[in-house]
Ligand binder design. Sequence first.
Ligand SMILES: *Cc1c(COP(=O)(O)O)cnc(C)c1O
Length: 408
Amino acid sequence: MPSFVTHLESAIDGTALPHDELQTTHADRPLWVRYDLDAIGRAVTREDLRDREPTLWRYRELLPVEHDENVITLGEGMSPLLPCPRLGAELGLKELLIKDESQLPTGSFKSRGLCMAVSRAKELGVTRLAIPTAGNAGGAMAAYAARAGMEAFVFMPADTPLVNRYEAGLFGAKVFLVDGLINDCGALVHRGAEALGWFDCSTLKEPYRIEGKKTMGLELAEQLDWTLPGSIFYPTGGGTGLIGMWKAFAELDQLGWLDRSDRPRMYACQSGGCAPIVTAFERGERHAEPFPDPHTIASGLRVPKAIGDFMILDAVRESGGQALAAPEAEILPWMRKANALEGISLCPEAAACLSALAELVKKGELDPAERVVVFNTGAVQKYVEAMECDLPLLPAKGEVDWDAIARS
Ligand SMILES: *Cc1c(COP(=O)(O)O)cnc(C)c1O
């Protein structure tokens, strides 16, 4: 099946670029992938989707890969949308749903973006890939590179969570621990490109990771029978998922697939320890300043400067949503609460969303009767350091005082 892509478009000034050759950025800013939506509308209906396999490739017409043989897949997508009555009650909400991305390949939603980026890179002749990562993106790129038989180079801060440090190497990548932050890793990937001839898969520095993450929005619409929820809480680092979902909703609307054209309010959630988007939102600015001394246990949110800052802020503002910072100290308590109440493997990044959501409800700024969707972007098992913090593990050696346990 050929793709319906017509061209790429600069997000900052609208310049059109051809899609049949490798592209990165334009004027150092990201590119949109544009499709012939009229032709897609003639080729497929939303009813046609029903019989397709439960992966993100069911939306094939809305995806950029040209030839089926270039699809690199580990069976990603169609994550469950789980009702959370206990956690919802704790938050004072009538209907809380968690879109659980922890079950995707490599344990995070990064697989959505990277299966698309790696598939397209392969299609366009790339054999060697590199990426700077705050953690999960490195593992996902390494896995898809292995699947495609391509070489992978991963650069991450030396204090990235332990599991992230090892998984990329296990998937066969060369892993570099950098004394610095993700932007320092990005600078190294940029500098090495000439010497090693690799393609840079950095967030939003190639056009196709957005298209992979867009499928979260497509799935959500289909799972909710083509009526979008009242609000979406999304843990925001580089912002690809939020930008991608906003694009998905626009494309679905243009296809006429939505029963109601109401869009959700988008809430971009960060940690108070690294909140560049929140700062720019509150100042009414379209571009974010680099956040000084960024730190957070939610490692996926430790992105002090995002090149798609204006795309995140435009989407949040158009939607009537907000950018919200969770106090760093609230993240672990919410993570423990959510895991224990619902049995969902909920990561610290999603816990930041819960904290921000709780505060919004408390301030009376969210209608507790509306349908609320929170994205759980990764599996908590990848965060050994965060899990270790003061969880009581009871020793059971020799005689156990059963009565004391019964009283506790
Ligand atoms: C990367 C990451 C994020 C941030 O995602 P963006 O789309 O880049 O904003 C959130 N949560 C987890 C678990 C991540 O790995």
